[in-house]
Design a protein around this ligand. Structure first.
Ligand code: ZN
Length: 265
């Protein structure tokens, strides 16, 4: 940036019949000073401006504040005011897919991250999102599901049968032993598992579920994405067959012949 003019500011200065306000000139000159100061800082960053003691004092204070974030409610938000919901799958690298650092390095921390089978909406996903959005300063939700997901690989009814064959009564399961009030209706177990027919459809319905939930504030920005395991690329969920063609996104591609129990309908 080059300032090609040079003049002295004074009150009631007049140029070409236009009153130039003294305050405006002062502000302009201040900006020039700031620019010069910034340049000096860049040139001397590692040498003259601070002692190591000062730098360490500052770093320790910043780390203490980071460690105590949760004491500060909305003001103690994570770096990006972000909650991520993602499938637990080891082939879905959250940091790489989203270009963030979820929990590293120490002293960083871009997001709260919740992972479950499928990266789908569940009661505990809602519980966690409710807490971070209402009490810990989170303003954005990003949902990440992925192609080749294990949740496409088998029909939930068959999974339930396998458990029943082991002698488990799936109509009488304590969903949370510490919360006996949380119960499934008889016959709802297979639906509860949350297997998918189509990951793009499921991702879009997951977005809607959070957008419409009364515990999630309306000003929270919500988006959902599909990570292509085959190509290591992120894309928006889509019904466009051409955009999905290079990946496995349906249970039919896994050889599942019967539709899943209707959790998403
Ligand atoms: Zn998955």
């Amino acid at each position: 940036m080059v300032f090609a003019f040079n003049f002295t500011a004074s009150k009631n200065n007049q140029m070409c019949g236009v009153n130039i306000r003294y305050e405006f000139l002062q502000a302009l000159l201040k900006k020039v000073d700031h620019f010069k100061e910034f340049k000096i800082q860049l040139l001397t960053r590692n040498s003259k401006l601070k002692t190591l003691k000062e730098e360490l004092d500052s770093r320790v204070a910043a780390y203490d504040l980071w460690a105590q974030r949760r004491r500060h409610g909305q003001d103690g938000h994570n770096n990006r005011k972000l909650w991520v919901l993602a499938c637990m799958d080891e082939r879905l690298p959250i940091d790489e897919a989203l270009g963030i650092h979820v929990d590293t390095p120490a002293g960083g921390g871009d997001a709260h991250c919740f992972r479950n089978a499928g990266g789908i909406v569940t009661d505990d996903a809602i519980r966690s999102a409710m807490l971070t959005c209402n009490f810990f300063g989170t303003k954005e939700i990003v949902i990440v599901q992925h192609t080749q997901c294990g949740m496409l690989s088998v029909n939930a009814t068959d999974l339930e049968k396998m458990l029943r064959d082991k002698g488990i009564d799936t109509d009488n399961i304590a969903m949370d032993p510490t919360l006996p009030e949380l119960k499934l209706d008889k016959g709802a177990f297979a639906k509860w598992i949350g297997m998918m027919d189509d990951v793009d459809e499921t991702c879009m319905k997951t977005i809607e579920a959070f957008k419409n939930h009364p515990l999630i504030p309306k000003d929270v920005v919500i988006s959902g994405w599909v990570w292509e395991v085959e190509t290591r690329r992120l894309r928006a969920p889509t019904r466009d067959a051409e955009k999905r063609a290079r990946t496995d996104v349906t249970s039919a591609q896994f050889g599942v012949k019967v539709k899943q129990p209707p959790r998403w309908s």
